[in-house]
Each structure stands twice: as C-alpha cells, then as structure tokens.
Write a protein that binds this ligand. Structure first.
Ligand code: NAD
Length: 285
C-alpha cells in the first residue's frame, strides 16, 4: 500500500505558483488578487478562510476577506460581489459556503463574474466542465485529479465509484473522471446497498462526511482509495470517511486525512487564482 501524499504535492505546487507570481509581476506588473466573502461565525468556515489567506500570503498574492454578520441581507452580499466583479485588483472571488438560511446561495454564486469564479461553482463554469471545455474547475475534485496524475494513476477505463453527489465534490469529480475516460458511478444517501457498488470499483472516491463509512469489507483487494471527507472525531482529531486502519491493509493506494485531499484543495485554489490573474493580464494588454 502506498500513501498518496497530498501535503507534499501541495507544497510542490505552491512553490511553482510562487515562482510564477514573481514572473507575472515582472512581466505585467500585476499581483494576483483574491477576495473572500465570509458570512457569520462558523469556526470551521473561519478556519478554512484563514488557511486560504495564509496560503495566499505565502505565494505573494494580494488577498482581502470581507467578513459579514450572520444576519446580513442578500442585497449587501450582492453589492459586495458586484464591487469585486468591477475591481481590477481582484482576479478571484470566493464565497465561503455554507451561507445562512436567509441567503439565496444560487443567486449569489450566479452573480460572480465567471472569469473570477475560482471555485468553479458558477453554472457557466459547471457547463464548461461537463462539456470538457476549459474553465474553472472546483478545487477539491481538481486536486484529486492532480494527485492521481502525480502518482501516474491512469483512470482511463477504470471503474470509479464516487460516494457523495454534491455540487462541490461528487458531481464535478464525476465530470472530471468521465472527461478522462473513466467509467463513473455516483452513489449517495439514497443508494441501495452501497457495498455492492464500492466492491466493483477500481477507485473509490468518497466525500460524504460520515466517519468510517467505507469499511474493509466494502473494498476489493488492490483498490485505490481517495478519502475526501473531513470529520472531527470524538477525540478532537480530524478523520476522513474511510476506516483508514483496516482499509489501508487491503488497498494499493490511499489518501490520508489529514494530509491528503485537504492540502490539494488549497493548492488548487492558488493555481486557479493564478490562472484567473493570467487571463485578466492578457485581457488588459
Ligand atoms: P454535502 O452534505 O453537500 O453532500 C454530502 C453527500 O453525501 C450527499 O450527496 C449525500 O447524498 C451523500 N451522503 C450522505 N450520507 C451518506 C451515506 N450514509 N451514504 C452514502 N452517501 C451519503 O457535503 P459536501 O460539501 O459534498 O462535503 C462532503 C464531505 O467532504 C464533508 O466531510 C466535507 O467536510 C468534505 N469536504 C472536504 C473537502 C476537502 O478539501 N478535503 C472539500 C469539500 C468538502
């Protein structure tokens, strides 16, 4: 069994992004800029935003966080996004999800300029991904694809079982794998007999949010396991959705939690923001 080391790969990508930022600044005078909108006081959301901000600082991006109270109005968020859409110093806009219940999240995401949509959640970019056109791809599934490529794992013709069907993780993961010629199946909360599906898979990719959902007897020998879940165990430690201790004895490759998909998500945010800055620099010329 080999560990897919997302932390090490993320550091390598970060180093490349930092070098490219220096070159971009030299050639165009432009510093990539990321604006984050953080609503409410959810500690997990605040922690994620803080990690993203620190990563931006490390690679030399400009970043700004718009913190807003839990009871903020739809209009106020929309106004901030419109301002960021117009701001030439901002290449990338990220709205930290989830938003409070009074907010229409779809409307907010649809307002982001697709050329600044580094999370890839705007329907324009979703459409481009499903039709295999260039655009912005959600950071978490994009990070998984990068990690598989780094370890020379070719998904072409492989049976891939995705567990979890969200717009953020499962669905874009399916599009990316399909675009790479894998055979893709998506399971979710209403899937009958999950084990029947996972046992057929060469690659299991799970992003659900349930500790130990994937157990040893659900995995065929030599399968590749990508654990996207992030959960806080009773002892306070971060764990994924896979019973790592027992499943790792059976599989060929596995991502750890922490240190697997998580750091790759941040690395992909950096590379998407750099991509947006390059597009905007070209447009300005
Ligand atoms: P979500 O709640 O939007 O979606 C969860 C999905 O899992 C749904 O499709 C649901 O049908 C399915 N599901 C729930 N219980 C299930 C069960 N018992 N069996 C099969 N399917 C089940 O969540 P999300 O935003 O997609 O996040 C999923 C997990 O991925 C969470 O643990 C989250 O923390 C993690 N996540 C990690 C990263 C990262 O960077 N590693 C990024 C985003 C999300």
């Amino acid at each position: 069994m080999q560990i897919l080391d997302g932390k090490a790969l993320a550091q390598k990508i970060e180093k490349n992004v930092a070098q490219e930022v220096v070159t971009l600044k030299e050639q165009t005078g432009r510093t990539p800029g990321l604006a984050v909108i953080l609503v409410g006081n959810d500690p997990a959301s605040a922690a994620y935003v803080n990690m993203k901000k620190k990563a931006c600082d490390r690679v030399g991006f400009y970043s700004v966080t718009h913190e807003m109270p839990e009871d903020i109005s739809q209009k106020a968020i929309e106004k901030t996004i419109e301002m960021m859409n117009q701001n030439p110093n901002i290449d990338a806009i990220l709205v930290q999800l989830p938003l409070p219940s009074q907010i229409d999240t779809t409307k907010i995401l649809e307002l982001i300029d697709p050329s600044k949509d580094v999370d890839g959640f705007h329907p324009y970019n979703v459409g481009r991904l499903t039709t295999k056109l260039d655009g912005f791809v959600p950071c978490t599934p994009l990070g998984v694809i990068e990690m598989l490529a780094e370890y020379n794992i070719d998904v072409k013709g492989k049976n891939c079982c995705i567990v979890g069907a969200s717009n953020i993780v499962g669905k874009p993961m399916a599009s990316l794998l399909l675009n790479a010629d894998a055979t893709v199946e998506i399971c979710h909360i209403f899937t009958d007999d999950l084990k029947k599906h996972t046992l057929q898979a060469d690659i299991i990719l799970v992003g659900v949010g349930v500790i130990n959902l994937i157990k040893e007897d659900m995995v065929k020998d030599g399968a590749i396991i990508i654990d996207i879940g992030i959960n806080r165990a009773d002892n306070g430690k971060l764990v994924g959705d896979v019973d790592f201790k027992n499943v790792s004895k059976k599989c060929s490759y596995i991502t750890p939690v922490p240190g697997g998909v998580g750091p790759m998500t941040i690395a992909m945010l950096l590379s998407n923001t750099l991509k947006a800055a390059k597009i905007h620099a070209q447009e300005a010329n």
